[in-house]
Design a protein around this ligand. Structure first.
Ligand code: ZN
Length: 121
């Protein structure tokens, strides 16, 4: 009897950008140097509560999953791995593409900023 292996394929495309990722928080302007706990993607955390997560384009699902865990979002739509993430606004999360950073074995690391919208609960 053959084992059934489920492989979740994520369609992705490489963001078109030449913007370099700097650790400057887009909301408060501070330099984010702390790491985000319990994430497998590249990360940095700002004192204002914003976080930046980075991964090569093929691992964008890691960024989304880490963000969902960090902000404790229990329910996410099936298209949550779309780069534009339009559903996030409804979940109370602001996001911005942050640019391209270091290279890792799987390619360039693309970074994204996230924060919980102020006053959202
Ligand atoms: Zn900040």
């Amino acid at each position: 009897m053959a084992n059934k292996v489920t492989i979740r394929a994520i369609a992705y495309r490489t963001p078109e950008t030449t913007v370099r990722f700097e650790r400057i928080c887009p909301w408060c302007g501070a330099t984010a140097m702390a790491e985000v706990p319990s994430v497998i993607s590249f990360s940095c955390a700002c004192a204002c509560g914003a976080i930046a997560l980075g991964a090569p384009a093929c691992d964008f699902d890691e960024v989304v999953d880490a963000m969902l865990n960090h902000f404790r979002i229990a329910e996410a739509p099936a298209d949550r791995y779309q780069l534009a993430l339009p559903w996030l606004a409804g979940a109370g999360i602001e996001h911005q593409f942050a640019g391209v950073g270091e290279r890792c074995p799987l390619g360039d690391v693309y970074w994204y900023w996230f924060r919980a919208r102020l006053g959202y609960s």
